[in-house]
Ligand binder design. Structure first.
Ligand code: FES
Length: 167
């Protein structure tokens, strides 16, 4: 998904050309970045330069907008995004152990993506499921009452599924 191809660059150019016909084209910058992230899964630095050139804006401005909104990913993300809740209820029930187990299993830190590009690890605040703490969310799906052991088993299931076997 993240590969920069001529076809995708042409699509971005076509999108920007449409935006340029609007009364205040620069006010569409967030929409353009949203479109870029939809194509690549993140906003690549090279594409920011291209957008800057096409929209007659300094790259620094685009960088500022992309970093201000946490919604935008500036690095490639994995197929699955794991958010570990570090809210109070989860923390008290062992979220720290769960997080450490995931970090060990994937050999990454929070904010990073595993080498096989399967998982990106994030921290979150209360995910609204305190009753089944500690909780993690994978691609929007909540998994609760986890332990260091069960979370590793869960990751194994996702790995197997990615290899085309039944989870
Ligand atoms: S504190 Fe983790 S779900 Fe509420």
């Amino acid at each position: 998904m993240s590969e920069i191809t001529q076809e995708k660059m042409d699509q971005i150019k076509a999108y920007i050309d449409r935006v340029k016909q609007q009364p205040y084209p620069t006010s569409y910058l967030i929409a353009v970045l949203h479109y870029v992230q939809g194509l690549f899964g993140y906003v690549p630095r090279e594409v920011m330069d291209f957008v800057a050139q096409e929209m007659n804006l300094p790259t620094a401005h685009i960088w500022g907008v992309a970093t201000f909104y946490h919604y935008f990913n500036l690095k490639p993300i994995g197929k699955h995004v794991i958010s570990v809740c570090m809210g109070t209820a989860c923390y008290v029930k062992g979220a720290h152990d769960v997080l450490e187990a995931i970090k060990r299993e994937l050999q990454i830190q929070v904010g990073q993506t595993s080498e096989d590009r399967l998982f990106t690890l994030q921290e979150a605040r209360c995910l609204g499921a305190c009753g089944i703490a500690p909780v993690i969310m994978i691609d929007g799906k909540i998994h609760g009452e986890l332990t260091a052991k069960s979370v590793v088993e869960l990751i194994h299931r996702y790995r197997k599924a990615a290899r085309g076997k039944t989870a």
